[in-house]
Write a protein that binds this ligand. Structure first.
Ligand SMILES: C[S@@+](CC[C@H](N)C(=O)[O-])C[C@H]1O[C@@H](n2cnc3c(N)ncnc32)[C@H](O)[C@@H]1O
Length: 213
């Protein structure tokens, strides 16, 4: 698009993901080395071109815009262990307070007749195997939250952990979520940074409560 300040210039904006379909080398006009050329094709299933950029502009100028259904799925590969352990007791607590009160009503963890009941507590170990989500850090002002979901394929139920945006997330922003509060802490009503097993939080948020886990 044209640069508003200097009409002779073009500006380039992020408008989604592209795949390199072809590449070749052309001779440079003034001689010298070759020029690498790439044919990029915009990947299907994304908002129309510039919609992303336009929405960012609106968001920056303070005009509320439609939130994007950005979603990332994390598959559960390993269900044991003692490191980086998350369990549904933390998540239920977290949703009850902040995000999704209905989850408690819809899923009764003690109801074994419910085909869709989550294993409870659900232990997720990301030490030996996992995907990129295992590198996501905790923040006291997170931009995504996660919840367990059930995915059906060929009459089989698979448990997934799905991440959902809490607000618009501009490109290149670090994704963070709230690791939650251990049920034992919750039951005791403790919010002290000194609580056993909690780590010092370095999220840098102005609302940082000092520790997590
Ligand atoms: C699931 S890993 C996150 C990825 C990790 N930062 C890495 O580079 O592999 C969780 C660990 O990251 C660190 N971490 C995550 N969020 C943090 C935060 N807000 N403050 C300090 N350390 C954090 C802690 O050591 C925590 O046990």
């Amino acid at each position: 698009m044209r640069d508003g300040v200097n009409p002779n210039n073009k500006i380039y904006v992020y408008d989604g993901l592209y795949k390199i379909q072809d590449s070749w080398i052309e001779k440079a006009k003034g001689g010298g080395g070759g020029v690498f050329k790439y044919k990029l094709v915009r990947m299907a299933g994304q908002s129309s071109a510039f919609a992303v950029w336009k929405s960012i502009q609106k968001w920056k100028s303070g005009t509320p815009s439609r939130t994007f259904p950005m979603e990332m799925r994390v598959f559960l590969y390993h269900l044991e262990g003692d490191e980086y352990v998350f369990d549904t007791t933390r998540i239920y607590g977290q949703f009850k307070w902040n995000y999704e009160p209905r989850l408690l009503d819809e899923v009764d963890p003690n109801d074994s007749t419910n085909d869709y009941a989550m294993p409870y507590p659900l232990i997720i170990r990301a030490k030996n195997i996992g995907n990129v989500a295992r590198f996501m850090n905790h923040s006291c002002s997170p931009n995504v939250f996660w919840q367990p979901v059930v995915y059906e394929e060929n009459n089989q139920s698979y448990f997934h952990v799905a991440f959902f945006a809490l607000r618009h997330i501009p490109p290149m922003t670090e994704l963070t979520y709230d690791y939650g509060i251990a049920q034992s802490d919750h039951a005791e009503g403790s919010s002290s940074a000194e609580t056993k097993g909690r780590k010092k939080c370095l999220c840098g948020s102005s609302r940082c409560c000092g520790s997590f886990g």
